[in-house]
Write a protein that binds this ligand. Structure first.
Ligand code: PRT
Length: 113
């Protein structure tokens, strides 16, 4: 599998899990728990990313970010969306400075604030 295709391939796999047995599919078990179950995992995985960022182990950080991406992709699928929607939004923003974008919204804060 090409790495560049993985988001669309994973989306297709997640979509197929809609009618899967929650006892046999982790994704189906998340769908069965609904938004509260999915967002609880996103909160947990985001905290694990923050913890990993404080360590020197790059592999651990990548592992935790992959877990976070996976669970956010499950949330998108549960809403009838997919990663392509996020990729389209990032593409729309591409080349637009975050500082300029924030200024256009009338905020004088830096983007990090
Ligand atoms: N990419 C993933 C993927 N990434 C992470 N995970 C699961 O997400 C969970 C992460 O939970 P935790 O971090 O809490 O880890 P844990 O081991 O459960 O618990 P702790 O060790 O932290 O206590 C684990 O069960 C991982 O296996 C994933 N589960 C599935 N996929 C993809 O989804 C496809 C469908 O999976 P199923 O729905 O299970 O068939 C798979 O073929 C994969 O391509």
């Amino acid at each position: 599998m090409s790495n560049s295709d993985i988001l669309s391939q994973l989306d297709a796999a997640l979509s197929k899990r809609r009618n899967a047995d929650p006892g046999k599919s982790y994704t189906a078990s998340l769908y069965a728990g609904g938004t509260p179950a999915i967002t609880a995992k996103i909160t947990e995985e985001a905290a694990e990313v923050v913890e990993a960022a404080a360590e020197a182990d790059d592999g651990h950080l990548v592992h935790e970010i992959a877990d976070l991406w996976f669970h956010t992709m499950v949330l998108l699928q549960a809403r009838g969306l997919n990663a392509a929607a996020v990729q389209a939004e990032l593409a729309r923003r591409f080349g637009v400075s975050g500082i300029e974008e924030k200024a256009a919204r009338g905020s004088s804060d830096t983007p990090a604030n």
